[in-house]
Design a protein around this ligand. Sequence first.
Ligand code: DLL
Length: 437
Amino acid sequence: MIWNPSKECMSLEQKRLLQGKRLHKIVSYVYHNVPFYRKKMQEMDIEPADIQTIDDIVKLPFTTKQDLRDNYPLGLQAAPQSEIIRIHASTGTTGNPTIVGYTRKDIDVWSECMSRCLTAYGVTKGDVFSISYGYGLFTGGLGAHYGVENLGATALPASTGGTRKHAKLLKDLGVSGIACTPSYALHLAEVLDEMGITKEDLNLRIGAFGAEPWTEEMRKEIQNKLGLKAYNIYGLSEIVGPSVSFECECQNGSHINEDHFYPEVIDPVTLEPLPCGQDGELVFTTLTKEGMPVLRYRTRDLCSLMEGECACGRTLVRMSAIKGRSDDMLIIRGINVFPSQVESVLLEIPECAPYYRLVVDRVNNLDKLTVQVEVRQDYLSQVGFDTLSPITALEKKVAERMKNVLSISPVVQIKMPNSLERFEGKAKVVIDNRNIK
Ligand code: DLL
């Protein structure tokens, strides 16, 4: 099923025309309402009249996270405060939080985009859908919630925390869909297991997972543990939270709601746009937002855009899975390492559980990477607890696999089941003690 075929299945020509019209309008809107953009455009000697088609987008200035921080709290807001009906904010762990205000129309567009995602996953009015992203300033909870209600399914605003109570409700209410981070899905599976609730006792069939990078191996793990089909959902606070893009039943990339959020992929060094298929930094321009529109916002997420039609019938362009963020790429003795690559390697080793940590230290001016990973309980029971040699052998096996696949030689520490911290929101798997950011 497709929620809005008139927008999700437009011909390329129709789509580009609509995007061009919307771009012209939004550029003129920010030029007249946001001094920051007017100044930037004047410095570049461009006026709204210079932006007529979507191809003109390359003439526009970029926006960075630093620009948002420098204009904290409301410097980039375009609509008057009386039109803003909701505010969300990023966590701001590394500086001022980013504040984003939404008008009523912005919330409607967001709910529409979210309903498109849910419909692509197969959610219908008959479903009871648990939202286990945090409610509050984080966009995950309320964003998904409004989409579920807009579609007409039943929203269960479980939020995070209270996992045992949540697990009981999943069973007792026959909940059929769940939205949460992939890490929380794994944590939930463990709690269900502790409570003696099996996937057969549940009615779960659809999962909408995102807010952090996750791999195909993680997808298999979650599907297997919860007995559902796991779909990707992507988004970011600066654009609109969840529903910027979503997987359809073909699960070959995530369709971007590009009638509202225009994507580009650029070379993060030269800032030149890259052709489809090439990996680079994802950049978004909001084509319809009123509260806080952004032009060419640099997400720091690394991925590629995918050309060609999708068998589902949608013509919305697809993006590959996020390979990492330019700012969470670790450089270990000159080698680029993304946590997601390490995750892929670990989860292909049957003795390893999907809980791991990467600890980076600098010893005598040299980077030292330690990979800590939990051993699976069933493997441990099989080999017995009384001898260390299987653990030592496993450490060696993991280290060798890392060396072969990633060309790095980390110190590997096998941890006992349940010894690493669990996460309800976004997982924090990297501990970088080098202080060189
Ligand atoms: O995480 C919005 C969201 C909520 C998306 C719920 C999906 C589901 P932020 O906290 O601003 O917003 O974080 C945005 O998280 O730039 C990516 O680096 C990462 N991210 C989000 N979704 C995915 C995903 C929300 N599906 C940042 N895959 C983004 C990989 C993701 N990374």
